[in-house]
Design a protein around this ligand. Structure first.
Ligand SMILES: [Zn+2]
Length: 375
């Protein structure tokens, strides 16, 4: 008897979830649309719509139908019924974004602020979160949480940075970062957060390798929509694969690491660290910029081919450089394909869909995703 009751409750929960998920992916549906799509009976759909409306997650959003009869009401989700906030912490900047239940970025701000392990800095993070909430007029109860993307490796519980040589913040904790953030918080590895955002942006990509080409180089292995973390939460650390034995010295202590050849700074140090300016210079036909890019693309093709041989899956080029690679994809594919032992094209290469703030958005999506699973 108890088993049957449990089974019924599970079915009810599943119906509830399915109705919400269907509405989340549409612009407005009638009850009959839902009946037809989910193959549920009308009373069940009505009951779930009523419950979701009471929860504040769904609302009437219009009508549909021909004149002559009563027009049917359409229902849609309240996109900002719940919102998550994401921060991206880098050496000199802090980005703040807010993401709604559809995964859309509804606020973004990038400010210059040098990272330091200090109370003043953590207070500043709290201030940026509050500023975002004020701009969107969000009450506290709408905030699901604040994801904090960092250039470091993070423990499974999202609470501690266990390797943070880039900002010299190994051992920093989520509690420190969130001293002035009165919401649930989680630390996220930057590349994993950005890779997660990409799989949200393109639901067709379930399994992929995300290559983050920012001022540091990272990677994320995504299998069936989930980040593969490895045994020690260090998977996908492509930045420390050696591409030149005895090559340039890396901050990790080794030599010849990818990070020293594919960091965005390899290009942007020609233009005072501004990557957009570098690509403008390249577009203008500057010889030195072109020479630098030629070397960069060779190293990129070599790295990408190595990844493809390992994973045999789509590879997404992201990060500061990835955001500017669209005009050069044919050339990149050509150079990569030449190295491939098995195929004559490199159609597995994709440019990133999030051109800005993928890390902050992915950090926020951590909370959106968890919430959606709970509905
Ligand atoms: Zn290294």
């Amino acid at each position: 008897m108890a088993t049957k009751k449990t089974a019924n409750m599970e079915i009810q929960k599943k119906n509830h979830t399915n109705v919400f998920q269907l509405l989340r992916k549409s612009d407005g549906l009638t009850k009959q649309n839902i009946v037809n799509t989910l193959q549920l009976c009308l009373p069940t759909v009505t009951q779930n719509i009523n419950a979701l409306c009471e929860q504040g997650l769904v609302t009437e959003c219009g009508t549909e139908g021909n004149t002559g009869g009563r027009r049917a009401k359409t229902y849609g989700i309240v996109k900002d019924a719940k919102v998550a906030i994401g921060l991206d912490i880098t050496r000199n900047h802090v980005s703040t974004v807010a993401v709604d239940l559809t995964g859309s970025v509804i606020y973004q701000e990038n400010t210059r602020r040098k990272f330091e392990k200090s109370d003043a800095y953590y207070r500043y993070l709290g201030k940026m979160v509050r500023k975002c909430m004020t701009a969107l007029q969000l009450p506290d109860e709408k905030i699901l949480g604040v994801g904090i993307g960092v250039p470091g490796l993070v423990t499974a519980d999202n609470q501690t940075v266990f390797y943070g040589e880039i900002l010299h913040f190994t051992g920093s904790t989520c509690a420190e970062f969130s001293t002035y953030i009165p919401f649930p918080t989680a630390l996220m590895n930057d590349a994993n957060a950005a890779g997660f955002a990409e799989t949200w942006a393109d639901p067709d990509i379930k399994t992929a390798f995300y290559l983050m080409l920012s001022n540091n180089v990272g990677g994320s292995v995504i299998i069936n929509g989930q980040t593969y973390t490895g045994s020690h939460y260090r998977s996908g650390e492509v930045g420390h694969i050696c591409i030149e034995r005895g090559g340039r010295r890396c901050y990790c202590g080794q030599q010849g690491c990818v990070a020293r050849y594919l960091a965005a700074t390899e290009l942007s140090n020609m233009t005072d660290g501004r990557i957009a300016d570098y690509f403008a210079l390249l577009q203008s036909g500057d010889g030195q910029a072109a020479e630098r890019f030629d070397t960069y693309l060779d190293n990129l093709a070599f790295t990408v081919n190595t990844l493809y041989m390992l994973f045999d899956c789509p590879i997404i080029l992201g990060g500061y450089v990835g955001a500017h690679l669209f005009p050069y994809m044919d050339e990149i594919k050509l150079r990569t394909q030449r190295l491939n032992s098995f195929e004559s094209d490199a159609e597995y290469l994709h440019e990133c869909l999030y051109r800005t703030e993928a890390i902050a958005a992915g950090s926020a999506l951590h909370f959106i995703s968890r919430y959606l699973e709970s509905i």
